[in-house]
Design a binder for this molecule. Structure first.
Ligand code: GLN
Length: 445
């Protein structure tokens, strides 16, 4: 599927603007991570239809680090059920850093699975006969989320294994409190391997989209975890994913998210898309500076907050070919980021088979509302199509909002199609038969 221009351009523009943002520090408590390029910056987005968009270093390798936590939590929930897992790991925001000591008075239970203490216990819960089998199951699960076989970055794993005394200390404390059972070294070793799995921002976007899509990988179509599991993981990401910045994140960005010390950040827009950013410099909380800014901007601009009022019935998009040279694309309902992305995809598919002097009618007569950012994306795409030589007509009030030339906006689909066909026929006719460029004869709605 070819990338759709306006969404790619929005990511590229955001990428270009944030690439120059300084600030933050590359994590160095795992020595191998200190070698990361602070200028590396990638963005990737995957829709529920499996459309992929990216900008910058979206294919640069990085280790998944803490972004593995929601996925391994998903595996634990899917294998053991909510009650068995919450008996061992809580679901309360800790309000503390990712590597805090977290022992619930009385039980020793760590506060949640998104901080290290909770993640080490969660990993230890994955049913397996040996630590190597446990890691193999985790790697297979992460790979299914990504839609391709992932592997281990041996250098980062070895580096963390050599220096990870704080995580060992957390694990020993939890075993002392009774909340971690079994061999501490083995438990921590599987956790270190899990954190050192190699991914790209493009992989992370597919993984995030799988959680956003009820556990179905939008690229492979595989149901990786049950829908209810995905929903629960999103809930815990929303309240605990951003460590001690989780409350502010929910307030400002409003998307379930998870960051990691390698500079990875994912966010999930339920039933819409998954997004990932990679940029190594971290803020004092341990979240990637540029990734946080990118998500904040995207959420505000496209009204992505999960508590945002969704408007009326969901929009639907349809397309068909009207004759050989004119395509018709129809949308109904509210146009916001996701429905606009689908509309632009449908538009790209519809115009692909057209001759160079073909035409396209965008029927938005039954669009109930369109926000400014979405209208701008459609307008940009229609302008690009007109520059390519296609005749473009739009229908309805929303059509007038997305097409700069009012002469090419019509009250009914029939009039728009008739006009478009006439234009295309004139363009296809021999030059001497060309009539003066029309426009004045357009009928207005
Ligand atoms: N492997 C890292 C650690 O345990 C993961 C932490 C993170 O990404 N926040 O310290």
């Amino acid at each position: 599927m070819a990338a759709v221009g306006a969404v790619s351009r929005a990511l590229a523009e955001l990428h270009a603007r944030l690439a120059v943002v300084d600030g933050g520090a590359v994590a160095d408590y795992i020595p191998q991570l200190a070698l990361a390029d602070p200028a590396a910056f990638g963005l990737a987005l995957v829709s529920m239809d499996g459309h992929r968009y990216s900008a910058g270093d979206a294919l640069a390798p990085l280790t998944i680090q803490s972004v593995s936590k929601p996925f391994v939590y998903a595996l634990a929930l899917a294998e053991l059920g909510l009650d068995a897992v919450t008996a061992r790991v809580g679901a309360e925001p800790s309000g503390e850093g990712f590597n805090a000591i977290s022992l619930e008075p009385g039980t020793g239970r760590p506060a949640n699975p998104m901080i290290n203490a909770g993640a080490i216990v969660t990993t230890s819960l994955i049913p397996a006969d040996s630590p190597s089998e446990r890691f193999a199951r985790i790697l297979a699960c992460l790979s299914a989320f990504a839609g391709r076989p992932l592997d281990l970055d041996e250098a980062v794993y070895a580096s963390e294994s050599r220096t990870g005394d704080r995580n060992r200390a957390l694990a020993y404390l939890m075993r002392g409190a009774g909340s971690l059972t079994g061999d501490v070294e083995q438990a921590v070793d599987v956790y270190f391997r899990q954190c050192a799995v190699r991914v790209t921002a493009a992989d992370l976007a597919v993984m995030a989209a799988t959680l956003a899509g009820g556990g179905v990988n939008p690229v492979t179509g595989e149901q990786v975890v049950p829908e209810l599991t995905a929903e629960r993981v999103l809930a815990v990401m929303a309240t605990c994913g951003m460590y001690d910045a989780a409350g502010d994140w929910l307030l400002r960005v409003g998307l379930p998210a998870k960051g990691g010390v390698s500079g990875a950040l994912i966010a999930c827009s339920p039933a819409r898309f998954g997004i990932a950013a990679y940029s190594p410099p971290l803020d004092p909380v341990g979240n990637p500076v540029r990734g946080v800014l990118a998500l904040r901007e995207l959420s505000e601009r496209y009204a992505l907050h999960v508590m945002h009022h969704p408007g009326a019935a969901p929009a639907t998009v349809a397309r068909d070919l009207h004759g050989e040279s004119v395509a018709l694309v129809t949308a109904r309902g509210p146009l916001e980021f996701t429905t606009t992305e689908r509309l632009l995809s449908a538009l790209a598919d519809a115009v692909a088979p057209l001759p160079s002097a073909g035409g396209v009618v965008l029927d938005l007569d039954r669009v109930t509302r369109v926000d400014g950012a979405s209208a701008a994306m459609v307008r940009e795409e229609l302008t690009a199509l007109r520059r390519r030589g296609l005749t473009v007509a739009a229908v309805g009030e929303a059509g007038a909002a997305v097409l700069d030339d009012p002469d090419h906006v019509f009250g009914t689909r029939e009039r728009a199609l008739a006009w478009c066909e006439q234009q295309v026929a004139a363009a296809e006719a021999p030059a001497e038969l060309h009539r003066p460029p029309p426009g004045g004869d357009a009928q207005h709605w």
